[in-house]
Structure formats: C-alpha cells, structure tokens
Write a protein that binds this ligand. Structure first.
Ligand SMILES: Cc1cc2nc3c(=O)[nH]c(=O)nc-3n(C[C@H](O)[C@H](O)[C@H](O)COP(=O)(O)OP(=O)(O)OC[C@H]3O[C@@H](n4cnc5c(N)ncnc54)[C@H](O)[C@@H]3O)c2cc1C
Length: 420
C-alpha cells in the first residue's frame, strides 16, 4: 500500500482529475481512452455519490431537445458560450456515448431522458467500467487542499496524502448542493485563490419553505395538475401550471424547483404569498355548480364528512384546516350562500406564505461558479493557467431542472478529456 502511494506521488501523470463526480468521471474516461495516464482523486470513499442520487435515483441524464437554440436558451446568459461546446459534444452524443456502452436511454415527459432501467447506478457503472478498462487509477479518501503554480502553469497539488504532479489538471469538484455527497465548494475556493473571477453561490434549483402547517401535514402528497400563482406585496407576479409536491417543510417538485430563482428575487423585495388553484381548468362558476350538486345530494350530512366529495384526492384535511370562517360540523343545508361562495373561492386559491428557499442541503443546483469568459469553452482550459481545465457545476451557468445539469457535465467532461 505504501509502495503504491509512493509510486503515485513520484510519477508525473499525464492527467490528474480532481473530483470523481459526473464530469470528473467523464473527463477521466475520455482522456484515458486516448492512452494517457490518468489519476482520479476524490475526498469521498467512493466516486459519483451525487450522480447516484440524481433524478431521485433514476438519473435524468439529459434533455432531448432537438432544437439547439431552445436547448441552450435554458442556460440564460451562459447560452452564447455553449454553442461551441455543444457542437463538439451535445445531446445526441450523450445518447451515443451511453447507448453504445450498453445503456439504452428513454425519453419521458417534458423531453427528460433516463436510462431505460431508471437506475442512476447504471449510469455510474458505465463511466466506472470505462475508467477501469482504460487503466485509470483511482485514489479515494484523498482531499485536495491547494495548488502550487507559477505564473501560468500548475506544477502540482497538495492533498492529505501528499503532493501529486501532472502535465494537466482537470478540476471537477462540483459546487455546493447536497454537501454530504462531497461537493462542499472547495473548487470555488481554489479558483478564487488562483485569481479566477468566481460568482458567489446561492441555492438555485431548490424547494421553498412555507409558513402554513396544513402544507406540512400533506408531506409526501403530490398533485399533478395544479396552478400556483405568486404575489409580491399583494400584486400578482407570475403563475405556473404543473405538479406540486408537498414536503414537511413546504413545496417541491419540478414546477417549484424551476420557479425558485424568481421566488428568490421576490423575497428580496417584500412579502411573498402564493395561491394554489386546485381546479385550474374549471371556472369559478362551474366549480360552484359542482359544489352545489354535492351539497344537494348531502343536505342532512355534516359539512366535514362531505369535503372529500369535491376536493382532489388527499386534499380534504388540508381544505378543512384552511376553512376558518365556519364550523365544520355545520349541516350542509345550513351553509349560507356567502360561506358556500367562500369555500369555492378557496378551492381556486388556497393561500400560502412563502418564508424562504431551502438551503444547500436541499438544493439540486447552486448558482455561482467561475466566469465563463475566463474559460476557453472549446477546450475547457483556464485562460489563466495553460494546464488547468474546469468542468461541471464549477462553471457559472444557470439552468432549470430537466437533465440540463448533467448534460453540462457530459459536454465539459468530454471536451476536457479530449483536450488535455
Ligand atoms: C438531489 C439531486 C438530484 C439531481 N438530479 C439531477 C438530474 O436528475 N439531472 C441533472 O441533469 N442534474 C441533476 N442534479 C445535478 C447534478 O447532479 C450535478 O450537476 C452534477 O452531479 C455535478 O457534477 P460535477 O462533476 O460538477 O460534481 P459532483 O458530482 O458534485 O462531484 C464532485 C466530486 O468532487 C469531490 N471533491 C470535492 N471537493 C474535493 C476536494 N477538495 N478534493 C477531492 N475531491 C473533492 C466530491 O467528493 C465529489 O465526488 C441533481 C443534483 C442533486 C443534488
């Protein structure tokens, strides 16, 4: 073991990859396939911990958007920087890379692509096998602490297991979301220390926290066709239609995650309320008719026993909790017209108070990262250091959920692996 360690340290590797997550493994697999000697260092005891939990363990590996302009629009201000890298390794190449290595992919709702097996571990296994077949050496429990460099070249790196030398270094330490997977923002500090401009991080694609207890009591329930509207200081700002997931702290699901950026801006400006429309495709008038019909059939029953007859599955207790203007034990025939109208209004606008976004531990994506203007996007090489390459979440790129983050890992991992 000691001999092994000394050999690794004395050697000048063609490539040292720092961080064995999605982009680092792709970079190692590709560079080693060119016959280069490659060492992967990771501070965890095993590689790819975040990759293994992507897409709830199913791994939304990319997004099958055939129109490059539409695809890149998702990356906002980063889009102009991505035309060139995506022309080298884009969505089609992701399909080819994984499918040709025995992992068929399938396109699901909203163009999201998954392995047919719906197992993130199978994506990990493709990359891991590729690295092993190409003789990549993997050193785990190895935490990189800093770079030794001259004006424009990295000489070696310091770690808890000594120094390592290489001709090229690929920095792939990820960002700060779910730090328990190893991504604790170390690479952002290294890049700053090296003189790169690094945008500050904050949780970006992240669930939101709400005040109301009824939401928390619905934890685990998901509603697939809801409309949610967000208000700032009483003024409507934007609405979204889709699936909402209730959690023990608030709201999640794709619709909420992809709204987090905008909600964050609103929270900086004032009080943010949200209203959930439980029947987005039914007008207030039609909904009232539906409620009247239920009331007519159940005139002598207590109101609380018939709520579930006119609210979506799983929501009746929550609706009961929000109705504070009448006694739930009231017999249906005694409910006033005003109260009936209030009930219907509530079904079209269940009120919520948004108190904030959840933290790094719950974020799918954290924004911030190295400025793209300081990276040569055709090679992923730093413009400040001739033998330093940067990949994946370390790049300052905003995006939505839907496979767009991993596509960046495949694209930048591949390009750096081909460029070193
Ligand atoms: C819960 C969750 C679900 C997600 N689902 C999806 C999805 O379905 N589709 C999608 O496109 N994106 C998804 N993402 C985002 C996606 O996982 C990331 O964009 C991607 O994993 C980033 O890869 P990376 O290579 O940049 O870094 P990471 O995967 O974060 O890997 C970084 C590696 O570097 C190592 N490291 C860090 N610091 C050091 C150090 N100092 N020394 C040595 N090693 C170090 C870490 O241990 C880690 O192994 C999800 C994210 C989360 C948190």
């Amino acid at each position: 073991m000691l001999k092994n360690k000394i050999n690794k340290q004395n050697k000048i590797w063609d490539v040292v990859v720092i961080g064995g997550g999605a982009s680092g493994m792709m970079a190692a697999a590709v560079s080693s396939s060119r016959g280069l000697s490659v060492l992967v260092l990771d501070k965890n005891k095993s590689l790819g911990e975040k990759l293994k939990i992507t897409g709830g363990g199913r791994c939304n590996i990319t997004n099958n958007e055939p129109d490059i302009h539409k695809m890149l629009k998702v990356y906002g201000e980063g889009a102009p920087y991505l035309y060139s890298p995506f022309s080298i390794f884009g969505v089609k190449d992701t399909f080819t890379y994984f499918e040709s290595r025995g992992l068929p992919l399938v396109v699901q709702a909203r163009n999201r692509v998954f392995p047919v097996t719906e197992k993130a571990i199978d994506v990990f296994n493709v990359l891991y096998k590729e690295m092993i077949n190409n003789n990549v050496v993997i050193q785990t429990n190895c935490t990189v602490s800093g770079f030794i460099h001259n004006d424009n070249k990295i000489i070696n790196i310091n770690t808890n297991q000594g120094q390592f030398y290489a001709k090229s270094f690929i920095l792939a330490t990820g960002s700060m979301s779910h730090p328990e997977t190893g991504s604790t923002g170390d690479g952002l500090v290294f890049l700053k220390d090296l003189g790169h401009s690094v945008f500050d991080s904050s949780p970006d694609i992240v669930p939101v926290a709400v005040l109301e207890d009824w939401v928390k009591s619905l934890s685990g329930t998901s509603l697939s066709f809801m409309k949610i509207s967000f208000y700032l200081d009483g003024k409507r700002q934007f609405s979204k239609l889709g699936k909402i997931l209730f959690t023990h702290f608030g709201l999640s699901g794709p619709l909420i995650l992809n709204s987090a950026k905008n909600i964050k801006k609103l929270l900086d400006e004032g009080e943010v309320k949200a209203f959930i429309d439980l029947y987005p495709d039914t007008t207030l008038g039609d909904l009232e008719k539906r409620v009247i019909k239920v009331f007519d059939l159940n005139k002598n029953k207590m109101f609380k026993t018939i709520i579930k007859d006119f609210v979506p599955d799983g929501m009746h207790l929550a609706v009961a909790e929000v109705i504070d203007f009448m006694d739930l034990n009231t017999k249906v025939h005694s409910i006033s017209k005003e109260n009936r109208k209030e009930i219907v209004k509530l079904l079209k606008a269940m009120p919520l108070t948004i108190v904030g976004l959840m933290g790094y531990d719950r974020a799918v994506v954290v924004d911030g990262g190295v400025s793209l203007s300081e990276i040569d996007m055709k090679s992923m090489r730093s413009k400040l250091y001739e033998n330093l390459y940067v990949t994946g979440d370390l790049l300052h790129l905003n995006r939505n959920s839907g496979g767009y983050s991993l596509q960046i890992c495949w694209t930048t991992g591949y390009i750096s692996g081909m460029s070193v």
